[in-house]
Design a protein around this ligand. Structure first.
Ligand code: APR
Ligand code: ZN
Ligand code: ZN
Length: 367
């Protein structure tokens, strides 16, 4: 089958909208017609070569759609199902899956490293040759072939745009707070970076009963949106000392947890300064491969501070998708307001530029 897709041929260059051949799904794979796909910061970083993704490549990993065709051994989804795509489909069998770290699945790691599906090969081809998959999704295209476990059915009532955002930003921010920081009622929580991910961390902290939620962003325009999703305070590191400000808010103690959603090493060390003894920094943002973080080593034992990495919300995405959609349906978790511009695939390069300039809500490509 042939389809229209946005192909990245070189880092730091615009993607090219072109005709691509997509192969039939193999035994345990599914062909999905993409309905909506968000433009996430990880796509932007990958387009600049920060994750060293193999080229040529079809980006896009925050997506929803409809099952169009299934491989011969597929049992979990049927043609016509409305689905969210997971960007870390797991095998359920390997060391990490058995250890209940499905987002670290060995089989997925192999696939993502190769830029292919689970057997390491691609289903995408242009006249110039094979095209790589991105995180087993590649949704900046009319169709995607994905592993069966990367396809999670949703009900008829969830809009495709909402479902797409649950596929990355929402689950990542929500899980960082609920699964990793384990925010408790009365907590003081800092969230650095009020972007697609940070907004969901703020909202999840409010839902978890945090008393003070301090949003931190170098873009002062983010204050309104941060407060509207539940932040009780807003700090701009360019105009104040964030550590002092947080400490002065809760009698010199510091935050119980800080969720770092920018991927800047300096923000990780600032987060470490902001937490109280026994508190936790949850690192969500992805830094460049060569970047290092400096921490005052001697303080680690006596303050019992913890620094934890969080990938895809640190939990079991399949379980968390359902949990989040339950909260959304009950009117407790607002995803509708996170939807910004809806664009056609042809505008994808503009969407990358808007993200770089700090748009306030998520841009979605809708088909
Ligand atoms: N201090 C505070 N805020 C910052 C800083 C900083 N040093 N640098 C950037 N920011 C803010 C930006 O102003 C923006 O509001 O961080 C926010 C980032 O938001 P998005 O660009 O929407 O990024 P998002 O999609 O939320 O992803 C955040 O998580 O998934 C990873 O790769 C992704 O590293 C990225 C991070
Ligand atoms: Zn993402
Ligand atoms: Zn596995």
């Amino acid at each position: 089958m042939r389809m229209k897709a946005a192909v990245l041929h070189a880092y730091n260059e615009d993607m090219v909208i072109q005709d691509v051949a997509i192969a039939d799904p193999k035994d345990r794979e599914v062909l999905v017609r993409i309905a909506a796909t968000g433009v996430c910061h990880s796509d932007l970083s990958a387009s600049k070569g920060k994750s060293r993704a193999k080229l040529p490549l079809i980006l896009g990993h925050e997506a929803s759609g409809v099952v169009e065709r299934v491989g011969s051994a597929v049992s979990k989804v049927r043609v016509g199902d409305r689905v969210i795509l997971s960007w870390a489909p797991n095998c359920g069998q390997c060391f990490y899956c058995q250890k209940r770290f499905p987002t670290l699945c060995d089989v997925y790691g192999f696939a993502a490293g190769r830029g292919g599906l689970w057997d390491g090969t691609s289903r995408l081809e242009a006249q110039s040759g094979s095209i790589h998959h991105y995180s087993c999704v590649s949704s900046f295209a009319e169709y995607a072939v994905v592993p069966e476990t990367g396809c999670l059915p949703i009900g008829e009532d969830v809009p495709f745009e909402v479902a797409a955002l649950v596929g990355c930003a929402v689950t990542t921010g929500f899980g960082a707070v609920v699964n990793d920081a384990r925010v408790e009622p009365g907590d003081t929580v800092g969230v650095i970076g009020v972007g697609g991910v940070g907004i969901n961390a703020i909202q999840a902290a409010a839902l978890s009963g945090a008393e003070m939620i301090v949003a931190i962003d170098i873009n002062g325009d983010k204050e309104g949106v941060a407060r509207s999703f539940g932040a009780t305070h807003f700090l701009n590191p360019n105009t104040c000392d964030v550590t002092d400000a947080i400490k002065s808010l809760n009698r010199g103690r510091g935050a119980d947890s800080v969720i770092e959603c920018t991927g800047r090493p300096t923000a990780i060390s600032a987060a470490y300064d902001c937490i109280r003894p026994g508190g936790i920094v949850v690192s969500v943002g992805i830094a460049g491969r060569e970047e290092m973080v400096a921490l005052p080593a001697s303080t680690l034992p006596n303050t019992q501070k913890r620094v934890a990495g969080s990938n895809y919300g640190g939990g079991i995405p399949e379980r968390d998708f359902d949990r989040i959609l339950g909260l959304y349906r009950a009117g407790k978790f607002d995803i509708d307001r996170q939807i910004g511009k809806r664009i056609a695939l042809e505008q994808i390069n503009d969407a990358f530029r808007w993200l770089e300039q700090g748009v306030l809500a998520r841009t979605l490509v809708c088909f």
